[in-house]
Each structure stands twice: as C-alpha cells, then as structure tokens.
Design a protein around this ligand. Structure first.
Ligand code: ZN
Length: 893
C-alpha cells in the first residue's frame, strides 16, 4: 500500500507548486492522524541490528497452532521512534523493550507484507532487548515456515525458512546479512524427540506431559538457516568426520532404509573438509528426512532432505537414486561452508551459495566415485542452461533484486547451472590449485560473516595470482551465451585460427546489441605425434591467432575438456572432421558437449538439421550412455512441436531404424552382469524407442510388466519401474488408469507414490490424461506431490500437450486455491509453462490474453510468462525455417 503522498500524486496527476503541495500533504497527514507509517519495501534498513536471539517454541505434533517467545538483543544506531522488523501471519500477544534504563512498551503497527513496526513515544537508541510473545499456525499444505507432515499416521513438525519465511515462525530481522548466535529451547511432548541446529544441551520435564529441550547456543547464523523439528523420529548413527558426529534422522520404521546414506554422507563430507582445508564449521551434522518429494535445504548442522533422496529400501534401490543422493548430499554439505559459514549479504548474490554448491557437488561426488563420470553431468547441465540463457528474457547470474518476484526468480538454472559452469571454466583458467587457494582465502576472510560477489572475486584472484574479476564479470553481469566462430586458415606456413564472437541467439530472436565477453578459450588440435592444446583469452569481437604447429591440423576441438561456457561454430568441414568415424579421441564429456553444441547450432540456424542428424547413427552405438543420450536428443528434435504433424510417423521410423535393435536387445529387465552403463542406457533408451519409435513389442512388454508390478513389487528391475509404468500408461486403457489411481491413493511409501503419480501424468489417451488433470481439483492427494507430474506430464506427448493449458484456463481460481503460494515457492509462477509446446500465433494470443495480467500476482510469474511467450515465438520461427530441412531428411523413411 503506498503512503499518502504517493497515492495523492497519482490521483492528481499534474505538477503542483511546492508550497501548495506541502499544505495539501500536511492536510492529508492530519486527516489520517497517527497514520500507519510506511513499511519498508522488501528490505529492512540497518539502523537496528540484532546481536543474539533466545527463542522458545512450543511444538505439539497434531496441533495446528504453535506458540512461542523470543528475546532479541539488539543495537539501534541512530535515535529513532520507529523500529521495523519482520513478522508474518503471527499473532503478537505482548511486546517489551528492555534497556539498562528500564522498560518500554512500544505500540505495534499493523503487519504489512511481512513487516511490523515498533512505535515509541520518544526516540530510542543503543543496546536493548526486545521481548515478544506470539502464536502462529502450523502449515498443513505448504513447506514454508513451521509445517506438519504425516507418515504412517504419525505427525512430524518441520521448519523451512529460505528465503523469507523465518518471519512466519517468530518475529525477527529476516535478512541474510544479520548473523547472530541463537539459543533455542523447544517445548515438546514427552514422547517426541526434538532437533535444532546445535546439539542438545539438557532437557527437563514440564507439566502436562511435556518437556523442555535446550540446545547449545549456535554459531552465528542468519534467520533463514535456523531449523528445528519435533516428532517420534528414529535416529541412525552415521559415524564421525573428525570430531563431528553425523546422524540420519528418519520417520519411525525407516531406519533400515538409511544404509546407503549412512555410508555415503561421512565419506563425502570428509572429502569436502579436505578440499576446504578447514574443519566442518558446526558441532554436529544431522540429516533429517521429510516424507515429501523433491526437497533439500542446507540448514546449518541440520540439513533436511525429502525421503526419496535419502532413503531407499535396499532391495529396491537403484544406481540413479544413489547418484542423486550423493550429489544432493554433497551439495547441501558444501553449503555448510558456502552459504552457512560465509553468507551472501543479500539475495542478488545467491549464486555464491547455489552455483558454488552445484559446482562442488560434482567435484566431490566425482572424486568419491570416479566410475560415475560426474564431469559429464556438468557438461549436460551446461548445455541445458545455455538453452535458457539464449532467451532474451533470461536473467543474469547477478541480477538486481527489486521485488519479491526477483527473489523467487533468483533460484533458477541460470544461478545454479550457468553459475557452476562459469565457476568451472574459471577454475580451469586459473588452475585448480590456485583457484582452491582463493576459495580458502575467501572462507578465512569472511568466516561467520557475510560477503559479496566482489569479495569472492578479489579473494579468488589473490589465490590465483591473476585478476580474474574483469573476465568473470562479463559472465556474471550480462545475459547470453557467446558463440565463437573458429575458422582455420592454412594458407601460410603456420596455421592461423580466425576467431570471432557474438551472442548466440535462436532463430527468430530479435537482433541483439553487439556484445563481447572475455572468454577463456581452450583449444586442442592435431599436431604431429600427439595432440596439442592452446589457451587464450578472447577479449575482442575478432582475433587471429597463430597456432604453434607445422602443417595444417587434421582436426580441431574448440572446447577442450568441455569446460568452456560458449558455443563453437566451426568453419569449413572442421565439425565433420572432428566427429566423423575415425576422428580424434574425445573424452565422454567432450563427445556429449560437441553433440549438444551441434544440436544448439540447429536452433540458432547455424547448422542444417540434416548435418546434425547425420551424426546420430554413429553415436547411437557409443559405449557411453550419456553420448547415446545426446544422439537421442538430436533424433528427438524430429518429434518437437515445430515439426509438422504429418512428419511424425516418418520420424518414428527413423528412430526405430537407428535405435530399435539396441533397445530390443536390452529389453525391459536387467540381467546379472550388466554394468552401470548398460543399466543406465536401458533406462533411457528402451522407453524412448517404445514411445517415439512406437515399438509394439516393447510397448506390449511394458504393459504386461506394469500390470505384474502392480500386483508384485519385485516383478520389475527397480531401475526400470518408472519407465515401465510411464510407457504402459502412455498406451494404457481405463482399467490400467483405475489400478494406478487406486494404488497411488493407498501407497504409503513416498518414493513409490511418486512413480505412480508419474504414471498418472503419462496417460496418452486424452480422456485419461484429462481424468488425471481433474485430480488436481480434488483433495485426494497433496497438491505439492501432484502438481508437477499431473500438470506437466501431458506436455511430453503430442496427443495430450494441449490439455494442461486448457485445464488451467478452465479452472484457474479453483486450482490456485489449492496450491502453495509462498514467495520463492509460488507454484502459480509455473502455470505459463503449460503452454510451452504451442507453436502458432493464435495460441500465442490466447496465452498472452490469459496470463498477462494474472501473472502480476504470481511471485516470479512475470519472468516465466515472458519465457513461455519467447519459447512459443521461437517455435513459430523455427517451424518456418526448419520444416523443409526436416521433410527432406525424412523423405527416405
Ligand atoms: Zn543449494
């Protein structure tokens, strides 16, 4: 709500003489006497700074309210009659201001967008203690603030505060820069156990079957990293790393499923301690399991994970799940240093947390299990983030935060994946040991405090011995992917490489302003007995470099090591020479990177579709499953919404021609002696051929296996349960829908329920897909579990990809009522993506008309809406340009 002066200016709309204006404003101020002062926008000022919190909370699982008191020791710098802090949806029963001079009882302004003001009769300043008593509601349908989850009839209480939800649990100064010690006491039923960031110090019985559990005072923490839990949990010992004890805390009856995590977590943590060259920052590390899917949070000393990530019944565990578990755990544990020990000052620098933890999760998991080839995951994720970064509506890594929507948008793939790819590029540019020394400087210098991007770049430059900031900044402060053209010129005695750069833009994008990056290029080329490498920083739009070689290189790789955040357009026949049979030896990550690069060049109009498709047969037989996946992605472009529907049958024949024999040989079930590559390839390739190649034998086998699995959970290789169910659903009938639906309702294990919901979202018969969408309007399931699989699942299939948008437009109000709507976790912001497969101007208009005004009230929605419009525009433009090429290629199938 704007203050009176703002509202007035907008109302009159013409300039007033200053004196008259002042008189009128005074009149308005008098009218609204003791008017509510204007609350801060988004951020508190730093006039009042918290120094220490003492927090008491009464948490009773099963009760839908909680109560508490908080004492905040603080300092007010400039004398002020008004002190702002954060509080949201809390009822405050009392407030006291205590100083050495006595006590005051300030009055409270009404809560406004998460802010409350303490109003004093006279200015206050200096040291004081603020004491508040309050009550609040336990969330039953959202994961923000203090909330409850139920598993096997038992209720557990959890907390989740990132980014701005600590204020829903207690009044506080809810900004990352304010780091203080916290002394927490939880009052819980006798039968429950209680956990917080620090180890338990003592406990004592209280009246009414309750007890008070006191926790040791914490190290300095921002409010968003405070965490606690209460309920009848079980605890699994996961050993020690140095003096630090590790535990896995699970819902009752699930201890046996924590075996893998209890072994993996301490080993991964020990590798991180070694990398950082300093001990784990906190006194203990608990890993707390929540019966919910797709969730993890790096609370200091008390990391929370969704159940399917951390736990698995040993008989049903899979290699994919174990990889996911290790990666996510390495990520959250890396945050204990990056984010927790040193915190970003404000959310515009959240990449310091998230890009770093993403980069670290791969480094550490790769070191722990080299056979998992985690470096390839980095190359795959970089390719995906480049697609997002190619949109004109993409964010920058360091994007100013001007609204709550900007905070919500900050947790996207640009922050996580582009950020980590850029870190990786500069790690290689600086040298891994030098980079690591810089990281260690940074942690030493800012430990227990807050820091900025500039602080990080300065520390890393110092460690590296070169100033990397100017080059690094070109990737942080602007959007877009550089496209580097490399043209080899062998006219002279020594070969010359002509280099140029511009922004890589998809077909149909509006022309962009010329921009240049400072790009660390790493190039490898043939040169006599062994390949040679060459590194340079390309800082201008054009450059010619003389390659140290005699004679013309037979081949040249433009992104050596697959570490560079840029695309390469090869001049002449360099690309064919690089990827042709009998070409040079490339690592798995390099093969993935080059095939992904070729696919991206089709989207930018720099490579004809047939040239990229020509690589598919050769790489469909690659020994590495990740490379076959890239070949599948290139073939998969023939199934996109930009391909005329009349070409789909021929596209299916091409896919089945190239991949069919391998898929049929692999079959749906694993065999003893299969290695990880074979198991992971089966999981990707067999459903692809069944669905996109319409392989009847594989489809029938999936249907019969799915029906067997619904009666007997051991009938299908655990690795293959999800693809079997999804393919069966895609071609399945009403009878199968009923069975899957009934079992999803009855299923207690969240990991299995997730697979059943995935199947419900995959039905290809439009009336059954509609029946699944309609479940979003009932209260049969928790909306947090059904929203993504049921609403977005139909987008994978041309028969059903129109349905989600039609469903959203028909039921928008009812749908919104059931969804979590917190800032940073507003499910409504994802709704525009239901139109991502539209590819014609009239549909685009419908999307624009429907969402343009609505997204203004969805936190983060305006940007996702613009991205959807741009995706549709790109599709319309590609359809025009590429369709002739697709037709020509498919003419022989
Ligand atoms: Zn993270």
């Amino acid at each position: 709500m704007p203050g009176p002066s703002l509202a007035f200016q907008r109302l009159v709309g013409f300039p007033l003489a200053p004196l008259r204006l002042a008189v009128i404003l005074a009149f308005f101020a008098a009218l609204s006497c003791a008017a509510t002062p204007e609350a801060p926008q988004l951020k508190l000022d730093d006039n009042a700074v918290p120094r220490r919190y003492t927090l008491n909370l009464t948490l009773v699982p099963g009760h839908d309210t909680f109560s508490g008191s908080v004492e905040i020791d603080l300092r007010v710098d400039k004398p002020s009659q008004l002190v702002w802090l954060n509080s949201q949806d809390l009822t405050i029963a009392s407030v006291l201001w205590l100083t050495s001079a006595g006590r005051l009882t300030p009055s409270l302004t009404p809560e406004h967008h998460g802010f409350i003001g303490l109003q004093f009769d006279r200015p206050v300043s200096g040291e004081a203690t603020l004491r508040l008593q309050f009550t609040g509601k336990v969330g039953l349908h959202s994961n923000a603030g203090i909330f409850a989850l139920t598993e096997d009839g038992e209720t557990y209480i959890y907390s989740m505060f990132e980014t701005s939800d600590a204020r829903r649990a207690f009044p506080c100064f809810d900004q990352p820069e304010f780091k203080t010690p916290w002394r927490i006491t939880l009052h819980v039923p006798d039968s429950a156990s209680a956990f917080a960031n620090s180890p338990q110090e003592s406990q004592e019985p209280e009246n009414g079957g309750m007890k008070a559990v006191h926790f040791r005072e914490s190290k300095p923490l921002p409010s968003y990293l405070v965490a606690f839990a209460a309920g009848r949990f079980e605890t699994v010992d996961a050993g020690h790393v140095g003096p630090v004890p590790l535990r896995i805390i699970v819902p009752r009856g699930h201890s046996a499923a924590a075996g893998f995590a209890a072994k993996a977590l301490p080993e991964l943590l020990a590798l991180e301690v070694k990398y950082f060259g300093r001990p784990f920052p906190y006194d203990k590390l608990d890993s707390l399991v929540m019966p919910i899917s797709g969730f993890a949070m790096e609370n200091a000393g008390l990391i929370t994970y969704s159940q399917g990530l951390l736990l698995a019944d040993p008989s049903g565990d899979t290699i994919s799940r174990q990889r996911e578990c290790a990666l996510v755990a390495a990520h959250e544990m890396a945050h204990q240093w990056f984010g927790d020990l040193v915190t970003m000052r404000w959310w515009d620098d959240v990449w310091l947390n998230e890009a770093f933890a993403t980069w670290m999760e791969r480094k550490i998991t790769g070191e722990w299990k080299p056979e998992w080839r985690i470096d390839v995951v980095g190359a795959e994720s970089r390719l995906e983030s480049m697609d997002l970064d190619s949109l004109v509506s993409a964010r920058r890594i360091v994007q100013p935060i001007e609204s709550e929507s900007d905070i919500a948008n900050a947790f996207d793939d640009i922050t996580y994946e582009k950020g980590s790819a850029v870190l990786r590029m500069f790690e290689h540019y600086a040298g891994p040991d030098q980079f690591r020394r810089g990281v260690q400087f940074y942690l030493q210098r800012y430990e227990w405090g807050a820091a900025t991007t500039q602080d990080f770049l300065a520390a890393v430059s110092e460690g590296a011995g070169i100033d990397i900031a100017p080059a690094f900044r070109t990737f942080l402060d602007r959007t877009g992917v550089p496209l580097v053209t490399m043209q080899l010129d062998c006219a002279a005695a020594q070969p010359v490489l002509h280099l140029s750069q511009k922004r890589s833009l998809p077909i149909g994008a509006p022309p962009a302003e010329p921009q240049t990056w400072r790009i660390p290029l790493s190039i490898r080329y043939s040169g006599g007995a062994a390949p040679r490498t060459f590194a340079t920083l390309l800082a201008s739009s054009h450059a010619d470099v003389t390659l140290p070689a005699t004679g013309c290189p037979a081949w040249l790789l433009g992104n050596n090591g697959a570490d560079g955040y840029y695309r390469v357009r090869y001049g002449g026949d360099l690309l064919t020479r690089l990827l042709a049979p009998g070409g040079p030896a490339l690592s798995v990550a390099e093969r993935v990177s080059e095939l992904g690069n070729a696919l991206a060049l089709v989207d930018t109009g720099d490579l004809p579709p047939s040239a990229a498709l020509a690589f598919v047969p050769e790489f469909s037989k690659d020994p590495a499953n990740e490379v076959v996946q890239q070949a599948m992605d290139i073939a998969g472009m023939l199934k996109g919404p930009d391909v005329p529907a009349s070409l789909r049958p021929a596209a299916g024949r091409f896919i089945s021609d190239v991949f069919g024999a391998t898929a049929e040989h692999l079959g749906w079930n694993g065999r003893t002696g299969d290695n990880d590559d074979t198991r992971l390839l089966r999981r990707k390739l067999v459903p692809f051929v069944a669905e996109e190649g319409h392989d009847r034998k594989l489809i029938d086998a999936a249907e019969s296996l799915a029906r067997r699995w619904l009666n007997d959970r051991s009938a299908v290789d655990p690795e293959m349960v999800q693809p079997v169910l999804e393919v069966a659903a895609r071609f399945g009938n009403r009878d199968l829908w009923d069975m899957v639906h009934n079992q999803a309702l009855a299923e207690k294990d969240p990991a299995i329920q997730e697979r059943l919901l995935g199947a419900l979202g995959s039905f290809g018969d439009p009336s059954l897909a509609q029946a699944s969408l309609d479940l979003l309007l009932t209260h049969e399931f928790d909306a947090r579990e059904t929203f993504r699989p049921l609403l977005f699942g139909p987008l994978d299939n041309p028969n059903t990809w129109d349905l989600p948008f039609a469903f959203v437009t028909a039921h928008i109000d009812q749908l919104l009522q059931g969804l979590p709507r917190e800032v940073g976790d507003d499910y409504a912001s994802e709704l525009p993506a239901t139109a991502d497969n539209f590819c014609d101007p009239s549909r685009r208009r419908q999307v624009d008309d429907f969402f343009r005004d609505r997204v203004k009230s969805y936190s983060g929605g305006e940007r996702t809406f613009l991205q959807t419009l741009e995706t549709i525009d790109g599709c319309i433009a590609r359809k025009k340009v590429l369709a002739p090429g697709f037709s020509r290629f498919l003419a022989r199938y």
